[in-house]
Design a protein around this ligand. Sequence first.
Ligand code: NDP
Length: 342
Amino acid sequence: MSRPLRWVLVGASDIAATRMIPAMRALGQEPVAVLSSSVDRGKTFAEKHDVPAVVATLDDALSVPADAVYVSTTNELHRDQAVAAAAAGRHVLCEKPLAMTLEDAADVVRAARTADVVLGTNHHLRGSPVIRTIQRLVAAGAVGRPLAVRIHHAVELPQRLRGWRLDRPDAGGGVVLDITVHDADVLRFVLGREVRDATATAVNQGLAAPGLYDAAMAVLRMDDDVLAYAHDAFTVPHAGTALEVHGTEASLVATEAMTQEPDGDVVLRRRGTVSPVQAGPREDLYVTGLRAFADATEGRGRPLATGVDGFASLAIALAVRDALHTGTRIPVTPTIAVENAA
Ligand code: NDP
């Protein structure tokens, strides 16, 4: 059993309600308070999800006795809330993207380091049994030398999430900071390599407000000249998702890999034969992530995605954003920028 963490929820969000609170409770962890900028929303949320306290300010949130803070507000708020939570001595699990700029993401990493608390970025796909299986097999040499990765992550944005993602660039709306940032983390995790530069094209297919992109394709060059592409969208209802890793000796192909469910099938293709691969255990992705986070607070291992990982995925997403704005190839800021930060 992992440590029964007491959590303060910063943000009365959909992801806290639908995924994180159930995952906390599955592990014997408990949300002890929720911070909302709206008294009514906070009360409704607390009643519906059985959270004992509602608070209206960050100061009040950080004076509630607790072990950890889960930040799941809109993205422009992450930096200040995560920095304050770390400074108050709370372990911090922050939603992706870690912040809106690399300077702000570095501030979050530094604050956690200074306070000596655990910082995780909630890249839930690292908890996916399918993605973890592919990561293990690639590391064990199953595909030989990796040559290319294809990520199909074009989905239809559910109705209930059609708010700030579609009309608030200041909050990190648009497909790149919402979905491409997850792909960026998956690439680094699965390949154990860094992304070096990005080119991209994006369009507005009519769902997002004018000026925001709801569909994008990015081409990424990784270490050892591995090439990757990602197709990300809010507008594609029927495609399904996939993750493919192609190497000199074999290819690993996973369907329904880029989702919130522990589903999906993996096959190994090699010289005309297709062999199913057992992926498992089929645990909830958020449970896997929260267990690793709780263990890290007791000195056992690290969160599945650390603060530096959150910096790195943001650096890639921002390079994609700059590439599609400029029509040029953009280098990715290396993580060394934050690893060496005081
Ligand atoms: P929501 O829109 O549900 O919540 C974000 C904020 O919006 C809340 O903090 C809340 O403010 C406010 N809000 C919530 N409901 C309403 C409403 N009905 N009307 C007006 N305002 C409302 O966001 P998500 O849960 O979709 O995303 C939150 C964060 O989590 C983002 O950073 C996102 O990128 C990330 N995310 C991560 C996922 C993952 O799997 N890792 C999946 C989905 C999202 P207040 O707190 O002040 O009440």
